[in-house]
Ligand binder design. Structure first.
Ligand SMILES: [Zn+2]
Length: 318
């Protein structure tokens, strides 16, 4: 029986057809890739997304190789950058699941008839309780680093805030915070600096500067005149938001990115003005722990003031 074989000419024809088909496939893929902007980086990104390991595991994997040589390849460098981004995104996501209690105080003075005044000995007891129970007082800057950049949060983070900028914050709160090595944020009404309003003295610029420079207290904005922000004209609103920030930044020589709404009043227009003016977070008077889901510009806080006794405080923050 005659064995089956293509004659030489037919073999060449088949090879030619195969080559043409392969060429068409390659050309089509290239055009598709070009159209979609697929580069080495995209391909590396796609593979990194599917890669189950972390950056550190990848590093372990290349430990025995010549690392310098390995990362001289731009695809590998891109991949490492992507791992860094993915790791950072993971850290940010996990940090954003952590709710942060933000405490609200106003005046720290012995004035039992005023519910906004906390007795200095009560403030001392509450700060000592936080220390004894392992809370770490952080600033909004720390919160910003954790929620927006993925920096590690300390153990049991909590923010202590004091609204309005009463002079007794300097005489009665500052020494207690220094004693326990704790941090706090003062929301200053810039137009009230060194003024006596309703028989309450307010901080002057020397005191504000000294506290800011101590590293214990961070000063942020509580507007210029402490007005209901939802009732202002565009021009007034801009003045309260922009000029309070500018004055604090100029006189204290540091960025001001946190706002506290006077009377806790805000709406979308006020929030937009804050965002457009460079604020990152804003504190409300809504009761509860701050969570990223509330939105950067509407963070809840816990009222402490003068109405919460040390026993109530210890029960709420065990
Ligand atoms: Zn206020």
């Amino acid at each position: 029986m005659k064995s089956f074989a293509f004659p030489g000419g037919k073999k060449q024809t088949v090879l030619l057809i195969c080559s043409v088909l392969l060429g068409i496939v390659i050309a089509s893929f290239s055009m598709w890739a070009l159209a979609r902007g697929v580069s080495d980086k995209n391909i590396a990104f796609a593979s990194a997304q599917n890669y189950p390991h972390s950056r550190s595991q990848l590093m372990e994997g290349v430990h025995n190789k010549d690392a310098a040589n390995y990362f001289s390849d731009p695809v590998h460098t891109d991949q490492m950058m992507i791992y860094d981004h993915l790791d950072q995104a993971k850290k940010i996501k996990s940090n954003q699941q952590i709710q942060i209690p933000i405490l609200v105080y106003h005046s720290i003075a012995d004035n039992p008839s005023n519910p906004y005044c906390t007795n200095p000995s009560v403030f001392d007891a509450e700060m000592r309780h936080l220390k004894d129970t392992g809370y770490t007082t952080i600033t909004f800057g720390d919160l910003e680093s954790a929620w927006l950049q993925g920096s590690k949060l300390p153990q049991r983070p909590i923010i202590v805030s004091l609204d309005d900028g009463y002079a007794d914050n300097y005489t009665n709160a500052f020494p207690v915070l220094q004693k326990y090595n704790q941090k706090a944020t003062i929301f200053m009404v810039t137009g009230f600096a060194a003024q006596t309003i309703n028989q309450m003295n307010h901080l002057d610029w020397d005191q504000l500067r000294e506290m800011q420079n101590s590293g214990v207290i961070d000063i942020q904005s509580h507007s210029v005149h402490h007005l209901d922000m939802t009732q202002l004209s565009d021009e007034q609103l801009k003045h309260e938001v922009v000029d309070s920030k500018a004055e604090l930044e100029k006189k204290l020589g540091k960025p001001v990115t946190i706002f506290c709404y006077p009377f806790g009043a805000y709406n979308d227009k006020v929030k937009k003005m804050l965002k457009d003016s460079g604020y990152l977070f804003a504190a409300t008077t809504n009761e509860g722990a701050a969570a990223i889901g509330q939105g950067d510009l509407a963070l809840d806080r816990y009222h402490v003031n003068g109405v919460v006794t040390p026993a109530m405080f210890a029960a709420r923050f065990p």
